[in-house]
Design a binder for this molecule. Structure first.
Ligand SMILES: [Zn+2]
Length: 290
């Protein structure tokens, strides 16, 4: 069942609906030519859509043009899946450049289909039932692009753009929780390059998904390169079985999480990394003795 707050009023009949429909620029223009007033976010329900289309394209010639436009859009919509398939294949073959290119073509098609520039994409624009399903695809594409560009040099601007979009879109996707879990795993894995940026993003996702996404030992994970390494597991167990029992322990944990995100930036300096690793190993040896 859909949540009540996801219902929005139709601009024409004013009744609340879970799904609404966008009007394309051409239709809006036609309506304006016919002196029918519409706002920039003129979303209508399924029932009103056909009457609005009928008002906009009233002559036979206009109707014919409308049909041709719809056909072109339908084609675009089908082609977009081909690009996604190609992108995935290139991704598997580690051809990063081609994979990125094909995912970007998918986004370009959306740009054309919805008539909005990619940089302006936001979840609130996707209002119809078809659009809501597309939110899953869009979120997945942004995640794939983030992972691909994470390993490409000198494309930090693009990487950051797609990361921002991913964080913006993923809470609106039905697969959001699964995607966020995968995102977390990737952020803590040894393949991850832009660690501090990705973990900063994870903090934002936690606002939506709560602490089930949390619990990571940031610094230890970076130093030992893997969220599931033996050392990190041992430290996590030490935290849960020992530190959490004591008041001072809990204060320490809270401070540790607050500070560690800011410290991550410095861990790219190898010497610092080595010193922290040594200190953690001393701690780990002490835990083992207990
Ligand atoms: Zn309506």
């Amino acid at each position: 069942l859909a949540k009540k707050e996801s219902f929005k009023p139709c601009a024409k009949c004013n009744q609340n609906f879970e799904f609404l429909n966008n009007l394309d620029k051409q239709t809006k223009k036609k309506l304006e030519q016919k002196n029918i007033n519409i706002s920039s976010k003129y979303y209508v329900c399924k029932n009103c859509l056909s009457s609005v289309i009928h008002e906009a394209y009233s002559t036979p010639l206009e109707k014919k043009i409308k049909i041709q436009m719809d056909l072109r859009k339908q084609k675009l919509w089908i082609y977009r899946m081909n690009y996604l398939k190609k992108a995935q294949e290139y991704g598997i073959r580690k051809n990063i450049q081609e994979a990125v290119k094909n995912y970007q073509t998918y986004l370009k098609i959306l740009e054309d289909y919805y008539e909005i520039p990619m940089l302006d994409f936001e979840p609130s624009f996707f209002v119809s039932m078809k659009d809501k399903n597309e939110l899953n695809v869009i979120s997945t594409v942004y995640f794939e692009l983030v992972k691909l560009l994470d390993n490409v040099k000198d494309r930090d601007d693009l990487f950051e753009t797609y990361l921002e979009k991913f964080i913006l879109f993923v809470p609106h996707s039905k697969k959001g929780r699964v995607l966020s879990e995968n995102y977390k795993k990737y952020s803590y894995s040894k393949y991850c390059v832009h660690k501090s940026e990705l973990i900063e993003g994870l903090k934002k996702l936690k606002k939506h998904y709560g602490n089930s996404l949390g619990g990571g030992c940031y610094i230890a994970t970076v130093v030992f390169n893997d969220y599931n390494s033996y050392e990190v597991l041992l430290l996590r167990r030490f935290r849960d079985l020992y530190l959490k029992k004591y008041f001072l322990g809990r204060i320490f944990i809270n401070l540790y999480y607050k500070i560690s995100v800011y410290c991550l930036k410095f861990l790219k300096y190898k010497i610092l990394n080595k010193i922290i690793k040594k200190l953690l190993l001393i701690l780990i040896n002490n835990i083992k003795k207990r």
